[in-house]
Design a binder for this molecule. Structure first.
Ligand code: PMT
Length: 303
């Protein structure tokens, strides 16, 4: 089923280049004790091949980019960060609400310096980012559309397959369940003069199925479940475990996703939350999520 589906969706423009980079990263980290794939941000569903208009979703990649930083702060860990173009990225995410020019001050002799106010934060994040560049522990892989995402997800997983149980797949991206097949998509911009388009969206098959069964059968897979209705959240998380047989579903509600999640596994339901005081002191829920996940992965590997 998924094979058939992939024949209906276009490959990303830089498919070969990105695939090579991912394969080289995996070869380099063949002996690294823990390899994580973090997916992050929303996927677009284009309405035209030469895309002017598309369907999108709310995700800006806070969960993925912050989790990526916490994974990288664990010892002996390498991360592939599969992220939506222009969504938040590790380390630079701390400056997205700051006007770029406010970070800088002109010096006397034509030099440009970082302002005193922002200096500690810039230094800290620059040092952490530089370290990842130097030791090659982070590979960032961009996507925009649903089809780019699915192709690169598959490539990442297939490259990770030989690495076995030391792999963590952390599916925080908000992935569209609907798409327009390539053969039904207009070539050029839809014309308003022709009236409102009658577009029939089709279901995207759940990629968790081939992912868990075929692409990375030995990996520790953590998917997310997002709902807006508290009444159905845990029920749907359990259902996902039943269907896909992976290790963990991290259940979150859109409204409270930055304060509370529930780890749903076959034998437990565990609430992870940050209090108001913790948040005010700068604790992010992703720090706790990643800590707990690392512990669960450790026991998974030992088993
Ligand atoms: O980026 P932020 O703004 O910080 O928001 C974070 C988040 C709310 C997006 C994140 O915490 C989250 O919940 N991500 C998953 C959202 C989602 O796609 O949920 P879902 O219930 O639609 O899908 C459940 C799982 O199925 C997901 O892990 C997804 O990877 C997977 N899926 C989805 C569609 C599809 N066709 N195939 C899949 O395998």
């Amino acid at each position: 089923m998924s094979q058939e589906f992939f024949s209906e969706i276009p490959k990303p423009k830089e498919f070969e280049v990105l695939t090579k980079r991912i394969q080289q990263f995996c070869e380099k980290h063949a002996d690294t004790p823990r390899i994580v794939l973090v997916t992050s941000g929303g996927t677009t569903v284009p309405l035209e091949k030469n895309t002017v208009r598309f369907i999108d979703n709310f995700s800006i990649g806070t969960r993925g980019s912050s989790s990526c930083e916490y994974f990288l702060s664990q010892p002996c860990t390498a991360v592939v960060f599969l992220h939506r173009v222009n969504s938040l990225r590790p380390f630079t995410r701390h400056f997205t609400n700051t006007n770029f020019f406010e970070l800088l001050v002109p010096g006397d002799d034509g030099q440009i310096m970082v302002s005193q106010e922002h200096f500690p934060k810039v230094k800290k994040n620059l040092e952490r980012w530089s370290l990842c560049q130097k030791d090659g522990s982070l590979l960032e892989v961009p996507f925009t559309s649903l089809s780019d995402y699915l192709w690169m997800l598959r490539v990442c997983c297939e490259a990770f397959k030989p690495l076995g149980s030391k792999v963590i797949i952390y599916l925080a991206a908000a992935v569209s369940d609907f798409y327009i097949p390539n053969y039904e998509m207009a070539e050029h911009k839809l014309q308003s003069s022709e009236g409102a388009p009658d577009i029939q969206l089709k279901m995207v098959p759940k990629m968790l199925k081939p992912l868990v069964r075929d692409w990375v059968p030995d990996a520790f897979v953590a998917s997310f479940k997002l709902e807006t209705d508290d009444e159905i959240l845990i029920k749907k998380a359990k259902k996902a475990l039943e269907i896909y047989h992976h290790e963990l579903v991290i259940a979150n509600l859109l409204q409270t996703r930055k304060e509370r999640v529930v780890f749903v596994s076959n034998d437990a339901e565990e609430i992870i939350q940050v209090s108001q005081e913790e948040r005010e002191a700068g604790t992010e829920i992703e720090a706790k999520i990643v800590d707990r996940l690392i512990a669960l992965h450790q026991s998974f590997v030992e088993k």
